[in-house]
Ligand binder design. Structure first.
Ligand code: ATP
Length: 418
């Protein structure tokens, strides 16, 4: 049955959601009824129920008071309740499950890029403020209407047409982060951005400037958490969106191959978003990278990964220039973030990648048998001298000049006791 033929989703809900969640939402509907409130399943989960995609991010919207309702649902205190009275939202968590409650609201925007002003509203107001028709559907959970689909913008029709469509002409002006969201859904679902929406998107790319770097970074992170983030990044490049992050960024066949290689390298896990971001930034110069960091203000470790990636890239030029002793390779490559090595192993040319693998698999694990304490006992002066001797011993081991503890002791006795 196609999505547009569904008016009551109760069977689909029962079939597709895990039993405990199904019983939870039934209980939520009963409790709302007893409090004379109305409660709805909304957003991504409704879209994904109709697409038969697994989605356990349960978002509920309440006509009434979401916090009071969440408290009443949890009257026996079996779940953990977290509330945000300022936003009229609540979260219930139990085991590995969690469900979000929000009070239905209407929104208005003071100016493009501003965070919206919020007023209490109806379910229709709440759907009207959403990004795309496929995300602007709700399912009622109160008993007499359980499972009834509310679809004021023909989201079902869009699911059948496989379209991403905004709800009104000023949608991207109000909130240009929706541009990134459109690309993400289009590529995740293998849909297309509907032609009129695409024109609006192109027209409104300039409004991405009205959005803070923090919010853009959040959207980019969501892209990088997709199964194949390169698809949305390449589409963003094609539509001149990627270059709003930095004009030197590219979404092309190089990026596609690099992201695929990252997935193979990280098996059985998925690459961390920092890994992907560093690959995306790999072809930037150090200066360009600093500009991007200033704009997006990533977390400290992410910044470290990005800067180390470019630093190693610069150093791989030395690796390619001549044959190097293992101790020289060690010194060139030592001291960077682990992800930055992995990124370079994928992105640098074959010979540099061989050196990086050698460093990762062998050289970085080579250590002298003697410790600082042992050196002191052998008469090496305390302080910086110890570090120096340990480093020389490591080099001698790396280059095969020393292979046993006894040889280390002899070497120290000969040159470094004082
Ligand atoms: P995903 O499957 O990626 O988790 P989701 O649809 O659950 O997607 P969320 O980012 O969790 O998306 O947001 C929940 C819902 O809130 C969306 O389905 C959408 O209706 C609405 N929404 C989120 N961000 C925006 C936005 N910038 N503008 C309008 N509506 C939004």
């Amino acid at each position: 049955m196609s999505a547009s033929e569904q008016n009551n989703l109760s069977e689909i809900i029962e079939e597709q959601l895990p039993g405990d969640i199904f019983h939870f939402i039934q209980h939520a509907g009963d409790t709302a009824n007893s409090l004379q409130q109305r409660i709805y399943l909304v957003g991504g989960v409704v879209r994904d129920l109709l697409l038969e995609r697994i989605n356990l991010d349960i978002d509920l919207v309440v006509e009434g008071d979401a916090i009071k309702l969440a408290q009443a649902i949890n009257s026996e205190g079996r779940a953990q309740l977290v509330t945000h009275p300022r936003f009229g939202t609540a979260k219930l968590k139990w085991g590995h499950r969690s469900v979000d409650f929000a009070t239905a609201r209407a929104e208005s925007y003071a100016h493009p890029g501003a965070l919206p002003t919020i007023h209490p509203g109806t379910i229709n107001d709440d759907l009207k403020r959403r990004d795309f028709a496929i995300n602007a559907m709700a399912v009622e959970l109160n008993p007499r209407h359980f499972g009834e689909l509310i679809d004021p913008f023909d989201g079902c029709g869009d699911l059948n047409r496989q379209h991403i469509r905004v709800l009104h002409e000023k949608s991207f002006v109000d909130d240009a982060t929706r541009i990134w969201r459109a690309l993400r859904y289009e590529q995740r679902l293998d849909f297309t951005i509907e032609p009129a929406t695409r024109l609006l998107l192109k027209r409104d790319i300039v409004y991405l400037k009205t959005i803070s770097g923090d919010r853009i970074r959040h959207e980019l992170e969501l892209v990088l958490r997709e199964e194949q983030p390169e698809k949305a990044l390449c589409r963003a490049f094609e539509l001149d969106v990627l270059t709003t992050l930095h004009p030197a960024l590219k979404g092309d066949s190089w990026l596609i191959e690099a992201f695929k290689a990252a997935r193979v390298r990280c098996l059985p896990d998925l690459p961390h978003p920092d890994f992907y971001l560093a690959l995306l930034c790999y072809r930037l110069t150090a200066n360009h990278l600093e500009q991007l960091i200033q704009y997006l203000r990533p977390a400290k470790t992410t910044t470290q990964v990005l800067q180390d990636t470019i630093a190693i890239k610069e150093k791989t030029k030395e690796l390619k220039s001549r044959r190097l002793a293992p101790s020289e390779v060690y010194e060139i490559l030592n001291g960077y973030h682990p992800v930055a090595y992995a990124v370079n192993a994928i992105a640098a040319g074959a010979s540099a990648a061989d050196y990086i693998e050698l460093y990762l698999n062998v050289l970085r694990n080579v250590k002298p048998a003697l410790t600082g304490e042992a050196l002191k006992k052998l008469g090496v002066k305390q302080g910086p001298r110890i570090k120096e001797v340990l480093s020389k011993l490591r080099h001698a081991r790396l280059d095969g000049k020393i292979t046993t503890k006894k040889q280390e002791e002899e070497w120290v006795a000969k040159r470094h006791s004082s």
